[in-house]
Design a protein around this ligand. Structure first.
Ligand code: ZN
Length: 183
């Protein structure tokens, strides 16, 4: 949307730019016009106002760099703040430049539904938002039993789920060896 706005800003004398200038004149801060939505985005990322950009539109290359930097700074500060205040994120590592360099859980996702589902599950586990039966039982007033369905003799806790299910030990062992070698 910002790229489209810049392209139109460069169209001196053409109808598209004239419409934009007209919108700029008549729009208020509360309407849903294109220019108003653009201004909201620009304000969010602390970029110059639409009017200022239209007066002297930067080159596409310069604009791309400026916008990318501003968007990256915005999300970096939001995520850093959330990381420092939310205990559920304590097991996640926050990389530098998080917009261009996502967490490893997302970085290795291929473009298919199965991979995306797997990544969602991993995120829920890492952030403690996956409801294992041990937790479900506590909230269900014992209509759900806490036992692990695979072992049946232990409660399904996060520790049990990741480290102790005997029938998954072959799969787990392969990853544990790799993990321990990295430590
Ligand atoms: Zn089990």
């Amino acid at each position: 949307m910002l790229a489209l706005f810049l392209s139109i800003s460069h169209l001196d004398g053409l109808i598209e730019r004239k419409i934009l200038e007209w919108e700029l004149e008549i729009s208020t801060d509360f309407d849903n016009s294109f220019i108003c939505r653009i201004n909201k985005i620009l304000q969010k990322y602390q970029l110059p106002k639409a009017e200022k950009i239209m007066k002297n539109p930067p080159s596409k290359y310069k604009w791309k760099k400026t916008a990318e930097k501003a968007i990256n700074e915005y999300w970096s500060s939001i995520w850093t703040e959330e990381y420092n205040t939310k205990s559920t994120l304590k097991h996640l590592s926050l990389q530098n430049d998080p917009v261009n360099n996502p967490h490893n859980i997302w970085k290795c996702v291929r473009n298919n539904q199965y991979d995306i589902k797997k990544a969602e599950l991993k995120c829920k586990l890492v952030t403690g938002n996956y409801m294992l039966r041990g937790t479900k039982a506590k909230f269900s007033r014992n209509t759900v039993l806490p036992y692990c369905k695979l072992c049946r003799d232990s409660d399904e806790t996060i520790e049990h789920f990741l480290l102790k299910i005997i029938s998954l030990s072959d799969v787990r062992q392969r990853y544990m060896v790799k993990l321990l070698n990295k430590l």
